[in-house]
Each structure stands twice: as C-alpha cells, then as structure tokens.
Design a protein around this ligand. Sequence first.
Ligand SMILES: C[S@@+](CC[C@H](N)C(=O)[O-])C[C@H]1O[C@@H](n2cnc3c(N)ncnc32)[C@H](O)[C@@H]1O
Length: 307
Amino acid sequence: MAIEAKNQGVRLVLSTDKKLHLGDAIRLAAQAFEAAQLYYGHGTDNAIDEASWLLLHALKLSPVTEPDYEMLLSDEQIANCNDILTKRIEERQPAAYLTGEAWFAGLRFKSDDRALVPRSPLAEFIMDDFFDMLGNNDAPRILDLCTGGGCIAIACAYAREDAAVTGSDISEKALALAAENVHLHNVQLQVQLVHSGLFDQLSDKFDLIISNPPYVDQSDIHAMAEEFHHEPQLGLLAGEDGLDLVRDMLAQAPDYLTDNGLLVVEVGNSAAALEAAFPHLPFLWLEFSHGGSGVFVLTRQELLTPR
Ligand SMILES: C[S@@+](CC[C@H](N)C(=O)[O-])C[C@H]1O[C@@H](n2cnc3c(N)ncnc32)[C@H](O)[C@@H]1O
C-alpha cells in the first residue's frame, strides 16, 4: 500500500516506499478523505475533486488544465502533498483556505479566513440570467450587499462591463480581502468598496441589489461541520431564525432601489421561515441547474406590497 493511516486512521501519509503516480495519489487521498468523513461544499462536492484540487496545488500544477495522471511523484513532491493532505484532515480547514484561492463564476479569487469561501448559487444567476433580469438598462448600478471577499461584485463587473458596482460589508477584514481581489481582477475603475453596516453608509439608488447575507439560524450553526467553524461567524449567523439581516434588507431596500430596481437575495434553507414571516410578499424563487436553492427575486414595487 502506498498509503498508511496513523493515529487511528486520522493522519494521512502518502508513502515514498514505492513509485507513486499522480492519479494514484489522488485516489488514495480521496479514500483517506472519505475515511476521515470530511465535509465537502466549500468549492467541491466530492472527495476526488477535493483531493485533486489540493494535490495539484501542492504540486504547483494548474487547476484548469488536465494534468498528466501518469506523472511520477518525487519524494519531495510527495512530502509537499502530505503536508496539505494532513492539514485538510487534521485541521478540517476548507481547501480554499489551504490553497489560498477559490473559483466563483469561472473566476479565480484569493480566499482566506477573512471572508467566507465563495460558493453561492448566485454565480449561476450572474452568468446565465443576469442580462435578462437587468433588462435594457444602460450602465446599471449594482450593489453587492455583504460582499465578503468581493466575489459577487467582481463577477457582476465581468458580466456587465458597463455596470458601476458597489460592494459593501460591515467587516473591515473581509473588505481588505475584497480590495485584493478587485486589484487581482483589475476592476478598480468599475468596483467601489464601502465599509457599511447594511445600508448605513450608502446613499445611491441601484438598479440591482444582490446579496448573499448571513442566514444561518442558531440551531443550525451547532449542527454544521467543523469546516464551517473556520469561517468568520459574522458571515454565517443571523439570529434565532436566520432572518435578522434579511428582515432589515426587505424594509430598507426600497429606499435604495430605482423604480424598476430588483432585489436578489440568497437565504438558503431559511426560505421557509422567510415565506412564513412575509406571507404578503410574492417571492420569486430561482432554480439552478448546478445546485443550490433559496434565492429570491423581488421588484421594488413588490417590496412595497402592503401587509
Ligand atoms: C455569507 S457572507 C457572503 C460573502 C460573499 N458575498 C459571498 O457570497 O461569498 C456574508 C457577509 O456579510 C457580512 N455582514 C454580516 N453582517 C453584516 C451587516 N450587518 N452589514 C453588512 N455586512 C454584513 C459578513 O461580514 C460577510 O462578509
């Protein structure tokens, strides 16, 4: 066996005893991940993809071009692979924090524990429906409320090169990461970052307000896998029923939307609680072909529907 499990199967070591091909290393790492019952969902959804991502990073190979699976690993390369695999298993850090990067809407972003790992189904909305939903608006103004590391704001800027995008967040740390991503993508002229608790420091009107706010409720947080506990809790928790921020958004958004403006918000599995709390609002729930749910669209006029 080219793999040994130590410390009751927790510590993974790819052995240098015999020749090891990249393809074998990925397969063995994936087996170890399964045995350790890791959680996937911060960028991948299965052990093989997770193992490939980490090993290609450790080997300094591109994550976007097909590697040579027959490639023989040197002892030094195996040691580098072991470092990252051991960290993933023992510390349960999301792979994005170990590699320092994440992919969203086909774009590469810097990722670390200053902000959540990008994974919102809004990526699909931005790539597929974005143009239709914004109609024929020239130079639309877009607000990414709760921008975190800036992935949604920056993806919007790519999707509509004529858009003026604002990304806002209450966390200065998250905004520092967002600024690095804005620089990475060279969209400084198109994306402005604002330090703001919800709408506190904002005054413009926007054609689209898009948001992936915190929406995890108190009971869910305890049941969540260890990987989530490496992320800033400010980005996850939203009170007893997960709706603390969304409630305020629904109340304040009409003041920050143009007459034909749209509010698009991810609330995940707090969707049922939201429908129950606002039965008078005609939420349009988006469907995604690449997974994910709990994203609603409301027009400004719909937001003003009386209770
Ligand atoms: C779920 S994360 C989303 C990050 C990013 N938009 C994404 O999709 O990966 C939610 C973000 O909301 C921010 N946040 C929490 N409370 C806030 C508030 N009251 N006002 C503005 N931002 C807030 C957190 O700092 C965090 O970055």
